[in-house]
Design a protein around this ligand. Structure first.
Ligand code: SAM
Length: 182
């Protein structure tokens, strides 16, 4: 019995360590793991004119709570990609627990792993820092389809200008959802 308790304690400590190290690595890499306010997520999809069955790609989906919200509220189909193994595993578990496995697919790895879906995506949703947007800007706008809408929460691209925006709030601050096209 004592051995069992010791093993369980060790497992809990290892899990907490794994979680904290993942958050630390993501922050060091310049991509902190924070989540959009649900209302801001709704505003982003409203700005992009999301319809039922639309394909939404979330580049940097974290634990997939944002995609799950979109699927529940707007009836979209989602693809999420994240390079944090912790986020990927949480996302897979959350999608399964939410009963949205038929609608949401999660990919492990860099954004470019989702490239094959971008041409047919109706909406690409982003909640990333300015410097990350600048890094992916040429690749993203080359990879999306003619009809794909790109919606970014808070942060702006360097060369492309938004065609529309909507005031919203996330992390307790006034901000904007910004809409881009090719
Ligand atoms: C601010 S969180 C956004 C979470 C979610 N999309 C939302 O809106 O609530 C950014 C996520 O992007 C992921 N990320 C950053 N750079 C990435 C890259 N190059 N490839 C894949 N994922 C990346 C991070 O691991 C993090 O989970």
């Amino acid at each position: 019995m004592e051995l069992f308790i010791a093993i369980m304690q060790l497992l809990v400590v290892l899990l907490i360590l794994f979680w904290q190290v993942s958050l630390l690595i993501a922050t060091i890499l310049g991509s902190p793991i924070v989540y959009a306010n649900p209302k801001a997520v709704d505003d982003c999809l409203a700005l992009a004119g999301a319809k039922e069955k639309d394909l939404v790609v979330d580049l940097g989906c974290g634990n997939a709570r944002t995609l799950i919200r979109m699927a529940r509220k707007f009836g979209i189909r989602g693809i999420g990609v994240d390079r944090s193994i912790y986020c990927y595993l949480r996302a897979r578990m959350n999608v399964w627990l939410s009963g949205q496995s038929k609608n949401i697919k999660i990919i492990y790895g860099d954004f470019k792993k989702s490239e094959q879906y971008l041409k047919k995506a109706d909406i690409v949703y982003l909640y990333l820092l300015d410097q990350t947007l600048a890094l992916i800007e040429p690749w993203l706008f080359q990879s999306i389809g003619e009809e794909t809408k790109v919606v970014s929460l808070c942060f702006r691209f360097k060369d492309h200008k938004p065609i529309a925006d909507m005031p919203t709030r996330t992390l307790g601050q006034e901000t904007k959802a910004l809409l881009y096209i090719k």
